[in-house]
Design a protein around this ligand. Structure first.
Ligand code: C2E
Ligand code: CA
Ligand code: CA
Length: 424
């Protein structure tokens, strides 16, 4: 099968031939979903076998004359000759359905994967090979962002979105050197004592022109570009330094991205931050989502175990969404489960949500894991959380995330009116 270089040659050849005959062609970029998982769990020989089977299937649904190529990894591309946009859509749809719906039999195991497809057409998107590849790539990227197992045709809005991302990426690089990032702190309150036991560090970006940008708008960009590594490092160092000035019985919680766990140096850089700040390890909590445990599990568990051995505490964040596999709780001794905001948001009125919160709290008690209800916005939700016996509450009802200085001031006033708050 042609590789990337050969694909470019063939595409260039098609482009000039088609120009002479004034006929249309399309470029399809195909990326497999969950291929990495197959490779990681069943081994590379099985991964190779899967790639060959995918290639066979793609060949079987293409027309003679179309060109299939493997660009590398689990990425394939097709040049569709004499095709208008609707023919390209049709083939792309066929590919997505075929790969997603029919399982593969590999080494006696039934394996389901998926495929996402990005499309660029010579009639709409120009006939320069490089340009078509770039546009089909952008469309593929958007298809994956839409939720995988989808196809997407290039349009001008994608170009605008990609420009916007590139501008934001440049800005984020500068944000790190220009000190435009700041950590806000949101308190967690112990439901038994009414004391503030810890605060979660939440990053904010003060953009010189756009004002404050919330993490939802730049964390995934930082993850995609690798900027999460220096950014995450900054967050850890800053949070440890700040927390070292808090009362001794108060910890700080830091969010970690799955991308940070792919770096072998993570444990060492956390240890360095602890040493440099003088913060006791048991005053640092790391919040991870199950995304962290989905890939590279061995290395991740090794990192978590090493940190835990030093006294650092590990929390499972956003519990109850995603897979919420209970086996994660068995494989690693988490110290805390944070129940996803979406459940308490509708409790206590919504009986199902209330039951889920209750069940997670009970499970935590049985496993000896502390539970936090986060996203508590109202008096009712606060009272409900206390009544259900959760250990900590966090949310706007207690306080929004605050800049370091305001958080210090908040701690002072909290001491005086905490009875009032928890009595409710
Ligand atoms: P998260 O870890 O689940 O953090 C809780 C989010 O819920 C925060 O949003 C917080 O401001 C918000 N929140 C807290 N209480 C309430 C409430 O009562 N009502 C409502 N509606 N919202 C509440 P924020 O600060 O915008 O952060 C969003 C997400 O960005 C975080 O979700 C976390 O996943 C990520 N994030 C924030 N800082 C960092 C960081 O330093 N590193 C990494 N990797 N991710 C971060
Ligand atoms: Ca969190
Ligand atoms: Ca959370």
């Amino acid at each position: 099968m042609p590789n990337r270089a050969r694909f470019l040659d063939l595409l260039t050849h098609q482009a000039s031939a088609r120009r002479e005959h004034d006929s249309r062609f399309a470029v399809l970029m195909i990326d497999l979903d969950r291929f990495k998982h197959v490779n990681d769990t069943l081994g590379h020989p099985v991964g190779d076998q899967l790639l060959r089977k995918v290639a066979d299937r793609l060949t079987s649904i293409m027309r003679a004359g179309d060109i299939l190529s493997r660009l590398g990894g689990d990425e394939f591309a097709v040049v569709l000759v004499d095709a208008d946009p609707s023919a390209a859509d049709q083939l792309a749809q066929g590919i997505v359905e075929n790969i997603c719906e029919l399982p593969f039999l590999l080494d006696g195991q039934v394996v389901y994967i998926g495929a996402s497809v990005g499309i660029a057409c010579s009639c709409n998107d120009g006939d320069e090979p490089d340009e078509l590849i770039r546009k089909a790539d952008l469309a593929l990227y958007a298809a994956k962002a839409d939720g995988k197992g989808r196809l997407r045709r290039y349009d001008a809005a994608l170009n605008a979105a990609s420009m916007e991302r590139r501008v934001l990426e440049g800005g984020l690089r500068q944000a790190l050197t220009n000190s435009e990032l700041e950590l806000f702190y949101q308190p967690l309150v112990d439901t038994q004592t009414g004391r503030i036991t810890s605060a979660e560090a939440l990053v904010r970006w003060h953009h010189p022109e756009r004002g404050m940008i919330p993490p939802a708008d730049f964390i995934s960009l930082a993850e995609d570009t690798g900027l999460i590594l220096p950014l995450g490092d900054w967050v850890i160092r800053t949070a440890c330094l700040e927390a070292a000035s808090w009362p001794d019985d108060m910890s700080v919680a830091v969010n970690l991205s799955p991308v940070q766990f792919r770096e072998p140096g993570l444990a060492a850089s956390i240890e360095t931050a602890l040493l440099a700040s003088g913060l006791q390890p048991d005053r640092l909590e790391l919040e991870i989502t199950e995304g962290v445990l989905l890939s590279e599990e061995d290395q991740t568990l090794a990192t978590l175990t090493r940190l835990k051995a030093q006294g650092v505490r590990i929390s499972m964040d956003d519990f109850g969404t995603g897979y919420s596999s209970l086996s994660y709780l068995r494989r690693f001794p988490f110290d805390k489960i944070k129940i996803d905001q979406s459940f308490v948001r509708q409790a206590p009125e919504d009986k199902e949500c209330a039951a889920i919160v209750r069940a997670i709290i009970t499970m935590g008690k049985c496993l000896g894991i502390t539970t936090t209800v986060e996203g508590v916005e109202t008096q009712e939700q606060h009272a409900f959380s206390i009544a259900e016996g959760c250990d900590n509450v966090q949310g706007y009802h207690i306080s929004r995330p605050l800049p370091a200085a305001s958080f210090a001031a908040f701690r002072q006033t909290w001491k005086t009116d905490r009875r009032l708050r928890t009595a409710a």
